[in-house]
Design a protein around this ligand. Structure first.
Ligand code: LMR
Length: 407
């Protein structure tokens, strides 16, 4: 029965990691997968996380028992608080479940929609979007996967008109997946004014919204600012309809491999009762029970400890600023090098983009040359994880870009 199994191509981002691992060149640079590195190029365990780990493990009741099917309650409650805000009526308006980070949350959301036959509708993703989006939704029976214009390659700006036109022309009730901040892969976010127009247009066409929040804290260093679009939707423009939110703690807590996240359904301000909320909760639990049994505990305890202690929360906020400021500084250092080298073209977009990534505008061929000739690895789309830059390699990357652009 397994004789004619089709061999699938490897995941593009993880394939970069594989090629990089066996590259013997000592000056190799990893700008591939979006994972924060410190100024020496090493993975960074956040000081707030180290502290939380000590506290969690010192607890005399510490153990490795199963969590509930819905996950760690204190994590779910505090995760909702940081994304929806302190004043939001979480008790009455949020139904949620702990997930395997952002991917797991997306999978729970897509599976919930599948069970409600929402997968028979069109689903729209930004063009471009994170590659995994498409396959998660395809696996859940979304057969009509479409895109909305987002990145305008010529101006390196948001194609707002194209985005709004697609919202208007889409069949009413389509599903729209939105990146609330630090857009992956472009690093380009709508302004607050643009978000208003986008959400108003979505409301007019009664589309269904799912926010995928994987980088809260990375765009501006502020959790509240990075949740602006979500909060605007749930407290104002889309407050009369359910809104789904996927939340990852992989990046902002730096616990990539521990898979901590949540999937939330935000209920409308009125028109839903507790029974409907608990019916949705039961669906989320059924999905989780059949797939994970119960969510993983370790990372959840650490994140929960951070979110529930004022002192650790403060330390974590500082850690986020450390990460976002170092990335900001690297954007500027790279552009300074390109300016010094008089590299043809305009590179201002590297400093105006936010979050972990820059959509450099380098072509597929230029990216291939960066890897072959200069040992600088980035995604073939031209997306560079700026977190992989540091004082020791930024000049080399600048020279590499200069060379491939002139070649
Ligand atoms: C990325 O886009 O690099 C990250 O989200 C890592 C991943 O899992 O793809």
């Amino acid at each position: 029965i397994f004789k004619n199994v089709a061999k699938l191509p490897s995941d593009a981002l993880f394939a970069i990691k594989g090629r990089l691992a066996v590259d013997p060149r000592t000056n190799k640079v990893d700008l591939g997968i979006g994972a924060y590195r410190d100024n020496t190029g090493k993975p960074w365990i956040l000081p707030s996380v180290r502290k939380a780990e000590q506290i969690v493990q010192a607890d005399p009741n510490y153990n490795h028992e199963y969590l509930n099917i819905s996950g760690l309650e204190s994590l779910r409650k505090n995760a909702a608080r940081i994304i929806f805000g302190d004043s939001f009526d979480i008790a009455n308006r949020v139904v949620n479940i702990q997930s395997l980070s952002g991917t797991g949350a997306l999978h729970v959301g897509a599976t919930l929609m599948e069970s409600l036959k929402l997968n028979e509708r069109d689903v729209y993703f930004s063009d471009p979007t994170w590659g995994n989006h498409l396959q998660i939704f395809a696996k859940c029976g979304f057969n009509s996967i479409k895109s909305y214009p987002y990145w305008d390659a010529a101006s390196k700006k948001l194609n707002l008109d194209g985005f709004l036109n697609t919202i208007k022309e889409a069949t009413s009730g389509s599903v729209f997946v939105l990146h609330p901040c630090a857009h992956n892969p472009t690093g380009l976010d709508p302004t607050e004014e643009q978000w208003k127009v986008i959400l108003e247009s979505i409301k007019e066409k009664q589309h269904v919204v799912l926010f995928d929040s994987a980088y809260q804290g990375f765009a501006t260093g502020s959790l509240a600012k990075d949740a602006y679009s979500i909060r605007l939707a749930i407290t104002d423009i889309l407050k009369d309809v359910p809104v789904m939110v996927c939340q990852s703690f992989a990046k902002n807590v730096g616990m990539y491999g521990e898979r901590v996240g949540c999937f939330h359904v935000v209920l409308p301000e009125s028109g839903y009762n507790a029974e409907e909320g608990s019916a949705i909760q039961s669906q989320l639990e059924a999905i989780t029970r059949s797939e994970l049994s119960t969510p993983p505990a370790y990372g959840a305890k650490i994140v929960s400890a951070i979110l529930s202690s004022d002192e650790l929360y403060k330390a974590w906020s500082d850690d986020m600023v450390t990460m976002s400021s170092r990335i900001y500084e690297m954007r500027h250092k790279l552009v300074a090098k390109l300016t010094e080298l008089k590299t043809p073209g305009n590179w201002d977009h590297i400093t105006s983009q936010v979050g972990m990534f820059s959509y450099t505008g380098l072509s597929k061929e230029q990216v291939a040359r960066m890897e072959k000739e200069h040992a600088v690895y980035l995604a073939s789309s031209g997306r560079a994880s700026i977190a992989g830059l540091n004082d020791g390699n930024v000049e080399h990357v600048g020279y590499a870009i200069d060379e491939v652009v002139r070649h």
